[in-house]
Ligand binder design. Structure first.
Ligand code: AGP
Length: 611
């Protein structure tokens, strides 16, 4: 989704603000965008440079980094209202060209406001919902309000979701901000203050951040921050300052050709860190207690995180003998009628900002359910609004395709299932210890899985890149992992993929299978599944399918595969950790071989902050 960055320098310090914002925009690229731009206030004059296309191309064409001034704001746009174009790119300006705005989110009542403003003589240049806001500010400002008052009045009239930055030519040392439902953080630096959509955009300059809450408005100057809750009064910013652990290195490519490849290789480290975090965190037990006291447990998420919730539901059933209901977050309405006090919703979101998941969490909370969040971003919206927050420690994930956040989610949720089972007396302590021993090998298992499959993934991708379609099949505990494999190849290699329980083939999908049709079999370590999958492999082979197996090194099915991705032999509970890396690598190399950019797949955004 759109990205925002703003910098405001201290008057006594020298900082190349154009460069800061340009680099910030590059760090926001991963969120997904189609156009970009900057606005600066230089000696009382507002200057805007913007256009459709890649930031590096815009830099060549317009010289984004060459702007100067005490304040500069920048934006990457992911089109919602109005096609990607030079004119629809942010920043947008008012009629006088002295106020500029950048915005992430959707202004729901923009049509009414636009009609009214047009009646009052305002001339709109773009088709965006955002432009309405800057004209509204202009309306108050020209009637005599001071910049901040005009800004606040305008914000109080808009409905929808927004993270907004505004600069005035007449307030050359100030950035005004407002936040509701779209993420925004303030970075407190020595030579300047920053406002951005996410932490990686400001990590080069500071690790001291304030995560803004919904309903907050205010302004930053080079050496001060003012925040208030709209309609309620001032907030003490210092109470909300925290120092983040992420390093700048963790948010850069560090020698890898893409973030995705780096993040695949970071999985062993991310798993160790998550394990370490869990070992000293009493919150896991608190979450188990809340689950144990619950009437019913629901689990929700989107995309990759949803696949982690399916693994969790399977683990709860098999280990704790408990039935939980997982559902895709955007479908929450269907479950709402049965939700009551005493229920629990576990909301899983690596970013903690996915709008579908946030909406589901809010709706459940409103009906009296307790919330448990699982996220990778401390203080993000979903954990903030939850009763209990559990965190994976994967570090920042920049590639749009989730990799290390998935395997760490699977690890954390497996531990939660185990702890819950122990608490409920479904397993003995000795059994718990046995499972936990398997899970504590996660880092080593992922490292082996990556090392064993990388060369083969490169080779297989040469053939796979020529295919139109591919099936990812498994059964039971392997199915969530197969679904994740299919999502990866779709997202970044643009190959149609479908994951389904292997037993379903003969009920329809096998009709598509012909000579050379690729079918990936995800084989969990379990004698029962090996037995039933053998039949499913043979029915595909009989029709000429190209069989790619992802299976434990000691599987009995090795000879059935045309391509065999060996993964370390371990407990079925670690299937997402052992079996996903080969499929991540296969998707990555297929994507790069096709000349695509796996970090920024078309039409996708890292964090989906709209419904
Ligand atoms: C995964 O590769 C995708 N980028 C996407 O499906 C993602 O998992 C989904 O949008 C949910 O994101 P979240 O974990 O931040 O909530």
């Amino acid at each position: 989704m759109c990205g925002i960055i703003g910098v405001c320098t201290r008057v006594d310090k020298k900082l190349n603000t154009g460069d800061v914002v340009y680099k910030g925009l590059l760090r926001l690229e991963y969120r997904g965008y189609d156009s970009a731009g900057v606005a600066s206030v230089e000696q009382g004059v507002l200057r805007v440079l913007k256009g459709k296309g890649k930031i590096a191309d815009l830099e060549k064409r317009l010289g984004l980094s060459r702007v100067r001034g005490s304040v500069v704001i920048g934006h990457t746009r992911w089109a919602t209202h109005g096609a990607p174009s030079d004119v629809n790119a942010h920043p947008h300006t008012d009629c006088t060209g002295t106020i500029a705005i950048v915005h992430n989110g959707i202004i729901e009542n923009y049509r009414e406001l636009k009609e009214e403003l047009a009646r009052r003589g305002h001339v709109f240049k773009s088709e965006t919902d955002t432009e309405v806001v800057v004209h509204l500010i202009e309306e108050f400002y020209k009637s005599g309000d001071r910049p901040y008052d005009a800004f606040k009045k305008a914000v109080s009239m808009i409905r929808g979701s927004y993270a907004i930055l505004v600069v005035f030519a007449s307030a050359p040392n100030t950035i005004f901000f407002a936040k509701k439902d779209s993420p925004l953080v303030i970075g407190l630096g020595d030579a300047a203050n920053f406002v951005a959509s996410d932490i990686p955009a400001v990590l080069e300059y500071t690790r001291r951040v304030i995560t803004l809450r919904d309903g907050w408005v205010g302004f930053v100057t080079g050496d001060s921050v003012f925040i208030e809750e709209l309609g309620k009064g001032p907030v003490n910013p210092m109470e909300y300052v925290r120092v983040v652990e992420w390093s700048l290195e963790s948010a850069s490519k560090g020698g890898y050709s893409h973030f995705m490849l780096k993040e695949i290789h970071e999985q062993p480290r991310a798993l160790v860190d998550t394990l370490y975090g869990l070992s000293s965190d009493p919150t896991l037990r608190e979450a188990s207690k809340v689950m144990a006291e619950a009437r019913r447990v629901f689990i929700t998420a989107a995309g990759t995180s949803y696949h982690a919730t399916l693994h969790f539901a399977a683990a709860l059933a098999k280990i704790a003998g408990a039935l939980a209901t997982p559902f895709v977050a955007s479908e929450y309405e269907a479950y709402l009628p049965v939700v009551r006090e005493g229920d629990v919703l576990i909301a899983v979101s690596q970013s903690g900002e996915t709008m579908d998941t946030l909406k589901a969490a809010r709706a459940f909370k409103e009906r009296g359910a307790k919330l448990i969040a699982v996220s990778n971003v401390v203080d993000s919206a979903i954990p903030r609004e939850s009763d209990i927050a559990l965190y994976t420690r994967a570090g920042p994930e920049i590639g749009v395709a989730a990799t290390k956040t998935f395997t760490t989610q699977a690890l954390l949720l497996s531990f939660l299932a185990l702890d819950y089972a122990l608490l409920r007396g479904a397993i003995l302590k000795s059994e718990y210890d046995e499972y936990a021993r398997e899970l504590s090998r996660a880092s080593d298992l992922a490292a082996k899985s990556i090392a064993w499959s990388e060369g083969l993934a490169k080779k297989v991708s040469e053939m796979l890149r020529l295919k139109q379609s591919v099936y990812y099949l498994s059964r039971g505990v392997g199915l969530p992992t197969a679904m994740e494999g299919a999502l990866k190849i779709k997202e970044i290699a643009y190959i149609h993929a479908e994951a389904y329980p292997a037993g379903e083939s003969k009920h329809g999908p096998i009709a598509l299978v012909e000579e050379g049709f690729p079918v990936v079999f995800v084989v969990p370590r379990d004698a029962y599944y090996e037995k039933v999958l053998l039949g499913n492999i043979q029915e595909m082979k009989a029709r000429g399918a190209w069989i790619i197996g992802v299976a434990p090194e000691d599987t009995s099915l090795g000879e059935q595969f045309d391509v065999f991705f060996r993964v370390p032999s371990s407990h079925w509970l670690t299937t997402p950790i052992t079996h996903t890396p080969p499929m991540q690598l296969l998707a990555y190399y297929t994507s790069t071989l096709k000349g695509l950019d796996p970090d920024k797949p078309r039409n996708l955004a890292k964090t989906v902050t709209v419904e």
